[in-house]
Design a binder for this molecule. Structure first.
Ligand code: ADP
Ligand code: ADP
Length: 222
């Protein structure tokens, strides 16, 4: 079974904007897919449809394992951390929602923080963390349920180049160490070639798939 199957998916917003149209896609388990295209071409809309955050207007969306927090994690461009909660508590949130017992949730959240290089920052509050570190907390929160699917919407776009490159490498290392599928929205050609195994290019008006290419490991990895 593919991780994600989209059949004839379209999205028209309430104001009449046709954001996505005629999208047919199968994304394999464990793949790392970049969704590339200019601003406004429907990348975020498509990702939100896959995440179940918004409904498609037509077509069929199948996500292997469903759309619960144990099945998929979502990382937004803005880290969207709760400012009043420690890093650990922010990361623990999806486990709290799943009703995981406190001690187990704390242990798993600490492990997730360590996996993004933030061991020792459990009690730090978001305001005390740099942009890159906040994004790491956000990634840890996306991964804490060990989802089979990680959806990332321009996660590093607001960061400086060095931080971004470091996070790209760390994300690749995480992906290589475990089995999960990544769909990574970006408008950076470099980032899509660097990270992904497959690049799906979207074109605007209306958002549709314009090209779909396998990436032949352009850069040496792991
Ligand atoms: P991208 O992620 O590629 O920048 P989006 O999916 O955000 O593209 O947007 C695709 C199109 O849909 C754009 O024309 C955008 O203005 C429009 N759009 C996005 N969200 C909404 C919304 N909530 N209501 C109406 N139009 C929207
Ligand atoms: P990163 O990409 O690792 O998040 P940033 O450039 O955002 O790095 O980090 C800003 C500062 O925080 C840097 O001085 C960096 O060394 C420090 N920093 C980042 N992660 C850690 C960590 N895990 N432990 C200690 N210091 C860190």
């Amino acid at each position: 079974d593919p991780a994600i199957l989209l059949e004839g998916v379209a999205k028209r917003y309430a104001n009449g904007t046709l954001a996505v149209s005629g999208v047919d896609l199968a994304i394999g388990q464990g793949d790392f897919v970049a969704l590339l295209g200019p601003s406004g071409c429907g990348k975020s809309t498509l990702l939100r449809i896959i995440a179940g955050l918004i409904p498609a207007s037509s077509g069929k969306v199948t996500v292997s394992g469903g759309a619960g927090p144990e099945a998929l994690g979502f990382v937004f461009q803005e880290p969207t951390l709760m400012p009043w909660a420690s890093a650990l508590k922010n990361v623990r949130l999806p486990l709290d929602l799943l009703g995981v017992a406190r001690s187990e949730a704390d242990a798993r959240a600490a492990e997730a923080l360590a996996s993004v290089g933030l061991a020792g920052f459990e009690t730090a509050y978001p305001r005390a963390l740099s942009g890159g570190m906040k994004m790491r907390v956000s990634i840890a929160r996306g991964l804490v349920t060990r989802p089979r699917l990680l959806l990332m919407d321009e996660p590093f776009a607001a960061l400086d180049e060095i931080t971004r490159q470091r996070l790209n490498d760390d994300l690749l290392a995480l992906w290589q160490a475990r089995t999960f599928t990544v769909v990574f929205v970006t408008h950076s050609v470099f980032e899509s070639v660097y990270l992904s195994r497959r690049i799906i290019v979207m074109a605007p008006r209306p958002g549709r798939v314009a090209a779909d290419r396998a990436v032949d490991a352009a850069y040496p990895r792991g």
